[in-house]
Write a protein that binds this ligand. Structure first.
Ligand code: HEC
Length: 472
C-alpha cells in the first residue's frame, strides 16, 4: 500500500515539474525581447524555480511522512541525500569555479600594455580550442549591453541545496547525527535552533565588521580569524564533533552567499542602474563588492575542507576538534593567499607564506597522530593480558551490530552504514584498521556512543589489535 502512495506522490511531483516547465517556456516565449539572460526577465523565472522547489519539497515531505516507520523512510532519505548532495556539489563547483576564475582574471589582467583609456585591463586566453579576449572596464561601459551575465544563481542554489542537505543529513535525524549527549544533552529542536540561529548571528557579526574601517586594514583578517575560531569552539561545545565541523563550513558558506545576495548583487544592480540612467556612479559600491568577493575567495578552501572533513575522523575525532579546525582553516586560507599573490606576481616579498601554511598543516598531521601504543595511551590501562578474538567479538556484538549488520536493529540506520558489517569474527579482522581508527584512537564510533561502549572495552579492542589482531 505505502509503496503505491509514495509512487503516487513522486508521480505528482513529476507532473507538477512538467507543468511548471511548460509554463516557464510560455513565459519565455511571450517576453518581448525573447531573452532570458537579462536581470528583469529572470525574476519571473526565479519565482517559477522557487515554486518548483517548493512543489518537490512538499511532495517528498508527504512521501516521507507517509512512509515513516517503514523501510521506505530510510530509502527515501538515502535518495534525497544522493540527489541533494549531487546538486550541492554541482552548484558549488560552478560557483567556486566562477569565483576562482574571476579572482584569477582580476589578478592576471594586463593593466599596462595597449590598454584603452576606459579600460582597467585586458587578458588573452586560450581554452577548449578557442582564443578569448576579455576586457575589464574601469567603471561601467557607456552602454549596458542587453545580454549581461550575472553569475548569481550558482551561489543561491549552492546555499539552498547545502541547507537542504543539512536537513537531510543532520536535522531529520538530529538525535543521532547532530546531538551527542556526551557533548551537550539538548533536544533535537534546540539543536536545530542553535544551528540555524548561529548562521544568522555569524552574518550579523561579519557584516557589521565589514562595514567598519577595519575592513580596509590587514587586521580584519586577524579579527575575522579569531571570530571564526570562536564559532568553531561554540559548535564543538554544543554538537557532535562531526556536526560541529559541518556547521562551521555551513556558517562560512552562509557568509559567502550573504555577500553575494546582500552586497555584491545589489552593488552591481546599482551600477547598472546608474550607467543606464547616466547618473554618477558611486565608486565605493564596486570597491565594497570587490572586498566581499575577495573575502569569499579566502573562505573557499576552508569550506571545501569542511565539506570533505566528514570522511576524516582523525580531524573531527581529536580531543580538541575546534582547534584542529581553526588550524586547518588558517592553513588552507594561507595557501589561497599565496596562490592569489602568485597570480599577481607578488610572491617575491612573500615567499614565506606557502611554507608557513604548509608547516601549519603538517603540524596538524603531527598533532592528530595516534599515540604510539594506542591501546594503553588512549586513557586506559596497559595491555597486561592477551586479548582473544572472542572477547572482541563479544564487545562488537554488544555495541556495533545494532547498526553494522546485514539486518540492523537500530531505529535510524536501517541498512549498514557505509556497507560495513561485523556479523562474523572474520569481518572484524578484515576491518581492524578502521576499527582502530574509529573506536580506539578517535573514539568516533559507536555513532555518538549510542550503544554506550566503555573505555575498558575500547582498550581491550586496542590491545587486541596491537597484539596482532589474531584469530584466536
Ligand atoms: C548507532 C549506529 C552505529 C553504531 C552502534 C556503530 N556505528 Fe559505526 N557507523 C555508523 C554510521 C552512521 C557510520 C557512517 C558515518 C561515519 O563514517 O561516521 C559508521 C561508520 C563506521 C566506520 C567507518 C566505515 C568506513 O568505511 O569508513 C567504522 C570503521 C565503524 N563505523 C565502526 C564501528 C564499530 C567498531 C562500532 C562498535 C564499536 C560501531 N561502528 C558502532 C553508525 C554506527
Amino acid at each position: 500500500m505505502i509503496q503505491y502512495v509514495t509512487l503516487f506522490a513522486l508521480l505528482l511531483t513529476f507532473l507538477l515539474l512538467l507543468g511548471v516547465i511548460f509554463a516557464l517556456q510560455r513565459v519565455a516565449k511571450t517576453r518581448p525581447d525573447g531573452g532570458v539572460v537579462g536581470e528583469n526577465g529572470s525574476t519571473l523565472a526565479g519565482y517559477s524555480y522557487l515554486l518548483m522547489l517548493l512543489a518537490v519539497l512538499a511532495a517528498v515531505g508527504t512521501a516521507w511522512v507517509l512512509a515513516r516507520d517503514t523501510p521506505w523512510a530510510g530509502h527515501i532519505l538515502e535518495w534525497l541525500n544522493i540527489v541533494v548532495r549531487l546538486m550541492h556539489i554541482t552548484f558549488g563547483i560552478a560557483w567556486i569555479g566562477a569565483s576562482f576564475y574571476f579572482v584569477f582574471l582580476e589578478n592576471a589582467l594586463n593593466r599596462t600594455e595597449n590598454v584603452r583609456d576606459e579600460l582597467a585591463g585586458n587578458l588573452w586566453a586560450v581554452h577548449g580550442g578557442g582564443f578569448y579576449y576579455l576586457e575589464k572596464y574601469k567603471s561601467a561601459p557607456k552602454v549596458i549591453p542587453k545580454n549581461l551575465h550575472w553569475f548569481k544563481y550558482e551561489a543561491y542554489f549552492t546555499w539552498l541545496s547545502g541547507f537542504s542537505l543539512l536537513f537531510v543529513v543532520y536535522y531529520f535525524n538530529a538525535s543521532s547525527m547532530l546531538i551527542d549527549p556526551r557533548v551537550l544533552d539538548i533536544s533535537p529542536l534546540a539543536g536545530v535552533g542553535l544551528g540555524v540561529g548561529s548562521f544568522v548571528v555569524a552574518w550579523l557579526i561579519y557584516d557589521g565588521l565589514s562595514r567598519t574601517a577595519l575592513v580596509r586594514s590587514k587586521w580584519f583578517m586577524v579579527v575575522g580569524f579569531i571570530v571564526a575560531t570562536a564559532f568553531a569552539f561554540f559548535y564543538a561545545q554544543v554538537f557532535s564533533a562531526r556536526a560541529a565541523y559541518l556547521h562551521f563550513g555551513a556558517m562560512l558558506g552562509t557568509l559567502m552567499v550573504g555577500n553575494v545576495y546582500f552586497t555584491i548583487i545589489p552593488a552591481q544592480k546599482a551600477m547598472v542602474k546608474a550607467a543606464t540612467e547616466g547618473t554618477p556612479l558611486d565608486p565605493q559600491l564596486g570597491k565594497n563588492a570587490l572586498a566581499r568577493s575577495l573575502h569569499n575567495n579566502y573562505f573557499t578552501l576552508p569550506v571545501l575542507f569542511v565539506m570533505v572533513s566528514n570522511h576524516f575522523p582523525s580531524t573531527f575525532g581529536h580531543a580538541y576538534p575546534w582547534a584542529i579546525l581553526a588550524a586547518i582553516t588558517l592553513g588552507t586560507a594561507g595557501v589561497k593567499h599565496w596562490l592569489n599573490l602568485r597570480e599577481k606576481h607578488q610572491t617575491d616579498s612573500a615567499v614565506w607564506v606557502l611554507p608557513a601554511a604548509v608547516a601549519l598543516l603538517l603540524a596538524v598531521v603531527f598533532v592528530t597522530a595516534p599515540p604510539a601504543q594506542s591501546g594503553s595511551a588512549a586513557g586506559g590501562s596497559a595491555c597486561t593480558q592477551q586479548v582473544s578474538i572472542s572477547q572482541v567479538n563479544m564487545i562488537v556484538q554488544k555495541r556495533c551490530i545494532q547498526c553494522h549488520s546485514k539486518n540492523p536493529t537500530d531505529d535510524v540506520f536501517k541498512s549498514p552504514p557505509n556497507g560495513v558489517v561485523y556479523d562474523t569474527p572474520e569481518d572484524i579482522i578484515r576491518l581492524k584498521d578502521k576499527i582502530m581508527q574509529r573506536v580506539v584512537v578517535t573514539k568516533t564510533m559507536p555513532q555518538n556512543n549510542k550503544t554506550q561502549i566503555t573505555q575498558e572495552e575500547r582498550d581491550l579492542i586496542g590491545c587486541w589489535i596491537n597484539q596482532g589482531a589474531l584469530n584466536k
